[in-house]
Design a protein around this ligand. Structure first.
Ligand SMILES: C[S@@+](CC[C@H](N)C(=O)[O-])C[C@H]1O[C@@H](n2cnc3c(N)ncnc32)[C@H](O)[C@@H]1O
Length: 212
């Protein structure tokens, strides 16, 4: 049997551990791109102190831990229990930070009107059908709440023959799909890769607000 959870468990087994400190000497930080110390930081989320924040597909939890240090009330959801165990072991000492082993879609469905910010970094937003995810994210947000996510720029239509499907929509497709599901004030941008990087693909970064 080869389920998405098993595929993500294999991915996790090969994942490298994040550096103890970044180039600026910080022990926690948030990075939207696949390149270390590159691109915008958490400030694009606005003030996070006292906000209810969820990361969909949080992996080992390092990005979310940074938001907890800034005073956000954080929940990290990942479909792989082992990732949640690692995240809890590494960051569980921080206040206002909880990691949950669950499918992001099921967690959102169980928490209507609960979150100020829903975000995902190369996470569950990329791997779940937008027409399923977006209504659940909309309902889980408070009115005016923020949805933000990053993933690689579109490289072709979703391949349904794979265990894990990537829904890497284009900027135009995300803009239209978000609008159709009640999101507005949408910004989509491609963050260029660093000059010296071998990976030239850049990163798609999307932000949109629940309209009402
Ligand atoms: C490419 S990794 C990125 C992890 C983390 N966001 C980071 O930047 O290091 C994708 C993560 O999403 C999780 N994931 C995939 N589909 C999911 C789903 N439907 N619900 C919850 N987590 C999911 C995987 O288990 C994996 O940890």
């Amino acid at each position: 049997m080869n389920t998405p959870v098993e595929a993500w468990e294999r991915y996790a087994a090969k994942a490298s551990t994040r550096r103890a400190v970044n180039a600026a000497g910080a022990s926690t930080w948030l990075n939207w791109t696949q390149h270390p110390d590159h691109g915008p930081d958490e400030s694009i989320l606005g003030e996070v102190r006292d906000k209810r924040v969820i990361e969909l597909g949080c992996g080992a939890g390092a990005n979310l831990a940074h938001l907890a240090t800034l005073g956000a009330h954080c929940v990290g959801v990942d479909i792989v229990p082992g990732r949640v165990a690692t995240a809890t072991q590494t960051w569980g000492h921080l206040p206002n930070l909880e990691f949950v082993a669950a499918d992001a879609l099921e967690h959102l469905a169980a928490h209507p009107g609960h979150y100020d910010i829903v975000y995902s970094i190369f996470g569950a937003v990329w791997f779940t059908p937008p027409d399923t995810l977006l209504p659940l994210a909309w309902a889980a947000l408070v009115p005016g709440g923020l949805l933000a996510f990053s993933h690689l720029p579109a490289s072709g239509p979703p391949r349904a023959d794979r265990v894990i499907t990537k829904y890497d929509l284009t900027i135009d497709e995300w803009t239209a799909t978000l609008s159709a599901h009640g999101f507005g004030r949408t910004t989509c941008e491609i963050i260029a890769s660093p000059e010296a990087a071998a990976d030239r693909r850049g990163t798609l970064l999307v932000r949109a607000r629940r309209a009402s």
